[in-house]
Design a protein around this ligand. Sequence first.
Ligand code: HEC
Length: 102
Amino acid sequence: MKPLIFAFLMLMTVPVLAGPFADANVAAGQRLVEKNCISCHASSYGGDGSAIYTREYRKVKTSKGLLAQVRNCNTMLGLKWFEDEELNVAAYLNNTYYKFSE
Ligand code: HEC
């Protein structure tokens, strides 16, 4: 196989291997979550607030559901995040807690 074609194929497959939010910026998502989302979850679930994502009967079951929940909280809180910010936050939560692979 010609090297160029091989490189192109690698580029095409990497996002698929990296999961549902492959193009998002996880570090940026983490900053947004730390700033806007933790205190309320922590006051109802204790600790650092992460138990809401790991509890046995958590609501979010798919990566699509995760993005939808991030959108709901964004709207509910009036944060006016853009689409890419919602994706960054969903990517951070997925990488850290949910681990959906597609
Ligand atoms: C004013 C309080 C409050 C704030 C602020 C808040 N949340 Fe929530 N969040 C909740 C409550 C309450 C639930 C649980 C809802 C339920 O169990 O029906 C929840 C649930 C969730 C879940 C689903 C957890 C599961 O069960 O899998 C996600 C994801 C989530 N929030 C993300 C966010 C994000 C992202 C932000 C920041 C933009 C945020 N939340 C800010 C109150 C809040």
